[in-house]
Design a protein around this ligand. Structure first.
Ligand code: HEC
Length: 510
């Protein structure tokens, strides 16, 4: 593809300076969007076929690899701390990586996966946009070099006396956030569903009173603010059939219209294969009320035998009496293929919840044997803070890009998500880089689909593919974790808080 890579390289370079997400702080005011930038975006090469590998490798292997590395001393600690949690008996992964023999046996595949930065899973382009996240499990360049050089030198064991103590893992699965937040205050579990092995997608949508599905924690007796939510299939087997779930809360008094799938509901958490969960930034959260119901909205995909499956949701509250100042929307789903709009104000909950309203993939149409990019635009009608991002596509997904044009005309890439259907990662931005968008910011979103034979997940590149709910249909949306500010004063408060946060941080490394 021709020489014009200005969007990725030029902006990428710009982003490396202090001209960062927070420099838009000064850019409050009426929207003065430069139409030329929009046009440039619409025709930019960045959104067309991308010749670069899905996972750009930034590790330039040094010319003189180390040859004195051993498993016992150098590699075992890296595998223990970064891989074993998943690659241990009874967990999600296809193989166990605990002993020298196990690691050695998979050495070639390990080399391949770590050098592409596909393991640990973190499907985002680390070379553009915001690069600091709360839940980034990536290996450092140095760790990758150690693993690769060790394998290239023949993967020797070394002196077994140097092996680290074996890790002690709890029985069963632990909540990931437990390490940081302690045990959850409440755990819910959806009604058990038998996923029959008939080859078809299945969408059970039970609605249950909260108290009927609570399996851990004290009963809810008063309104509580939610600090964090984590989700997981209830068993290892259930993971085989879990596609996604969008559990929502129906607060007492809300009216559910059976003809309107989203009516009366507020988002709880959206989850899919590979989603861990979210922790709200301080001073932001969502509320849960006694007497609420949960609408589960599950999507299962069958396995070779029938499997009983359920979803568990763990909730951590803010302390009793602590009221975060800002009600967060949680996930706001935006279409990357059309112009979307902001949720309507709900006088009953006092909030604007756009759950599902921006969700429509009827306009997706992907020609056979093509790499196609669809684009969507969303203009923020209020200032907002964006604390997380998660993409969603199906088998043809390649990548998704979120860009912002600020009211002063500046334009930057926020994130580029590399699509990996096994990992619906919810990326949580670090507090000091979570974008603060002034009112009038234009969010540009694009999804790139690979309907060619090059895509290993493609079932048949000769088909026209349309939008739809089945795994073989396509979707293209991005979920932005958004907290809106209803007025400029509140936004200014956040801007000032950000400036204080940046002032107290150690100076950035050059
Ligand atoms: C969050 C859990 C998790 C972590 C952490 C993790 N893996 Fe994985 N790994 C998986 C799962 C699940 C798969 C199978 C699905 C896939 O390929 O994405 C997998 C697949 C792999 C494969 C491919 C296996 C094959 O059959 O080809 C390799 C190699 C691998 N992991 C190595 C590693 C290494 C090395 C680390 C640490 C540096 C690591 N993984 C960290 C969960 C994890």
């Amino acid at each position: 593809m021709g020489g014009n890579h200005s969007v990725e390289t030029g902006l990428g370079a710009l982003l490396k300076g202090r001209v960062r997400v927070f420099s838009m702080l000064a850019a409050v005011g009426l929207m003065s969007l430069n139409p030329a930038s929009l046009l440039a975006w619409a025709t930019s090469p960045q959104v067309q076929a991308d010749p670069v590998a899905n996972y750009p490798v930034r590790v330039t292997l040094i010319p003189n690899p180390r040859t004195d590395l051993t498993f016992a001393r150098d590699v075992a600690p890296i595998i223990q701390q970064n891989c074993e949690n998943c690659h241990r008996p009874g967990n999600v992964s296809p193989m166990v990586l605990q002993t020298y023999q196990q690691v050695r046996r998979y050495a070639t595949r390990i080399r391949d996966r770590v050098i592409r930065r596909q393991m640990p899973p973190w499907p985002i382009d680390r070379t553009v946009g915001i690069t600091e996240f709360k839940n980034d499990p990536s290996l450092s360049d140095e760790e990758i070099r150690t693993i690769v050089d060790w394998i290239d030198a023949g993967a020797p064991l070394g002196d077994p006396a140097n092996l680290p103590e074996p890790m002690v893992w709890p029985d069963g699965i632990e909540w990931t956030f437990k390490a940081e937040l302690g045990p959850p205050d409440m755990v819910l579990q959806s009604p058990m569903y038998n996923v029959v092995a008939n080859g078809m997608d299945q969408w059970p949508t039970p609605i249950t009173p909260l108290e009927d599905v609570q399996i851990e924690g004290a009963p809810l007796t008063q309104d509580r603010w939610i600090k964090a939510v984590e989700v997981r299939p209830h068993s290892v087997e259930a993971r085989y059939v879990f596609h996604h779930a969008n559990p929502a809360l129906i607060m007492p008094g809300e009216i559910v219209d059976p003809m309107e799938p989203q009516s009366g509901r507020v988002k709880f958490i959206d989850s899919a294969v590979g989603t861990t969960g979210r922790i709200f930034p301080d001073n932001q959260g969502r509320m849960i009320r006694p007497g609420s119901s949960v609408s589960w909205a599950m999507h299962y995909f069958p396995y070779s035998h029938d499997i009983e499956a359920a979803l568990q949701v763990a909730v951590w509250y803010y302390p009793v009496g602590y009221e975060p100042e800002f009600y967060s929307m949680g996930d706001v789903q935006m279409q990357t293929s059309m112009t979307s709009y902001t949720g309507e104000f709900n006088p009953r909950t006092g909030t604007r919840d756009s759950s599902g309203r921006l969700h429509d993939h009827s306009d997706i149409l992907i020609p056979p044997n093509s790499v196609t990019t669809l684009r969507g635009v969303h203009v923020l009608d209020r200032p907002a803070m964006m604390h997380s991002i998660r993409g969603h596509m199906h088998l043809l997904g390649k990548y998704q890009v979120l860009e912002a044009i600020y009211p002063d005309g500046r334009w930057e890439i926020i994130s580029k998500l590399n699509w990996d259907h096994s990992w619906h990662t919810l990326f949580l931005y670090e507090d000091h880089v979570a974008p603060l968008f002034p009112k009038g910011t234009v969010l540009l979103m694009s999804s790139t689909f690979d309907n060619t034979a090059d895509n290993p997940h493609n079932q048949d590149p000769d088909q026209w593919i349309t939008g739809g709910d089945r795994s073989v249909d396509e979707m293209g949306h991005i979920r932005l974790g958004l907290t809106y500010f209803e007025n400029e004063e509140d936004f200014q408060k956040m801007v000032e808080a950000r400036e204080r946060l940046l002032d107290t941080r150690p100076a950035a490394q050059p």
